[in-house]
Write a protein that binds this ligand. Structure first.
Ligand SMILES: Cc1ncc(COP(=O)(O)O)c(C=O)c1O
Length: 344
């Protein structure tokens, strides 16, 4: 893989793909403690063929973004929440969590070291950061490893909706993403491996992604692809599912707070697939797109259309504009949501 060069990039047409940037951060855990980490130019990982991560999926990851402000400075959005979620994910898989304060510092180091690759404010792009924690111990029995590698790499990504928000169509699946006592609340690779077949089926049938229903009764909405769901009722209330098997989305908790600020009386509660008529608008929430408006959901051969299949609803647009405004530093947000990354 050749190293990415700024001169080869068109920041206005980036999409979401891997670029081998100059620097990533790596730290190793040996002898019961984290060793000092450092930036390195080596984008490969040399592993034992019997590393636990490869066979038994003992690995967790994160995803967050850095945003170029209009004044040329750089913001990262709630990295402490990603640090904390990764801590929880690691504990669920019996891994050594990377210290949360060091996680945030390492994110800033990676952003600073690769600052030439942060897309300009006007492009609507951002620098996506991928923290990863894997078990490197050679164990062929099903045992937790005791050696770990933590790394954070970065890549520039384009605006998700360059032409403005556009609704897409979703379909329910007979497959489950995660069980109630399983690993749905943790960001672990196995959840995504399980989602590839249903996701592929949905794409082949012309849908943008899958609506996962609860694994017990197949009635309550869990997640939309790799994003959390929200609906806005006809009287303006923001609702999002509550379930023990969905990923606690940083975007979701941010939008819950903003919906409160905007008088939308937000709640987290079970949402039945048979009760979609209550909603005037719907969307999917996650770091990648912030909000993807949901035009329709197909379930058992019937299509339910929300606001419109082609237009975005006003409340969805207002929530999106508010959150994006905070992330790019155009609007003041709640205390501590945005952290400046010193670039010199
Ligand atoms: C399964 C799943 N749900 C929800 C989300 C959204 O979470 P966040 O807002 O923290 O990106 C993601 C993306 O991280 C995800 O993979």
């Amino acid at each position: 893989m050749t190293k990415a060069k700024v001169s080869d990039l068109d920041f206005n047409n980036l999409g979401f793909g891997y670029h081998d940037l100059p620097y990533r951060y790596k730290a190793e855990y040996h002898d019961g403690q984290w060793q000092p980490g450092e930036l390195t130019t080596d984008s490969t990982i040399h592993l034992s063929e019997s590393a636990v991560a490869l066979h038994y999926g003992q690995e967790v990851f994160e995803g967050l973004k850095a945003y170029r402000r209009k004044d040329g400075g750089v913001n990262i959005f709630r990295p402490d929440r990603n640090a904390h979620r990764m801590h929880n994910s690691a504990e669920r898989l019996l891994m050594a969590p990377y210290p949360e304060d060091k996680f945030v510092e390492a994110v800033k180091e990676v952003v600073k070291a690769n600052q030439d690759f942060i897309p300009p404010y006007e492009s609507g792009g951002s620098l996506y950061l991928r923290p990863l924690l894997i078990s490197t111990s050679p164990e062929i029995g099903v045992h937790p490893g005791h050696d770990f590698l933590f790394t954070i790499f970065a890549m520039p990504v384009g605006a998700y909706y360059p032409g403005g928000l556009a609704p897409t169509a979703f379909v329910t699946s007979e497959f489950d993403r995660a069980a109630h006592g399983g690993t749905g609340q943790a960001k672990v690779g196995g959840n995504y491996a399980a989602s590839m077949l249903p996701g592929d089926n949905a794409h082949k049938a012309g849908y943008s992604d899958v609506v996962y229903l609860d694994p017990r009764e197949h009635e309550y909405i869990e997640e939309l692809g790799s994003a959390n769901f929200f609906g806005i009722t006809k009287d303006g209330q923001f609702k999002t599912p509550k379930s023990p098997s969905i990923l606690p989305s940083v975007t979701k908790y941010s939008l819950l707070a903003l919906a409160e600020e905007m008088g939308m009386n937000p709640v987290e509660e079970a949402i039945s697939i048979h009760d979609l008529d209550q909603f005037a608008e719907a969307g999917a929430m996650g770091t990648a797109a912030v909000i993807s408006p949901v035009g329709s959901i197909a379930h058992e051969g019937k299509k339910h259309v929300f606001f419109s299949e082609t237009e975005v609803g006003p409340k969805t647009q207002a929530l999106y504009d508010r959150l994006i405004g905070i992330q790019y530093g155009d609007q003041e947000g709640p205390e501590g949501w945005v952290q400046d990354v010193p670039l010199v």
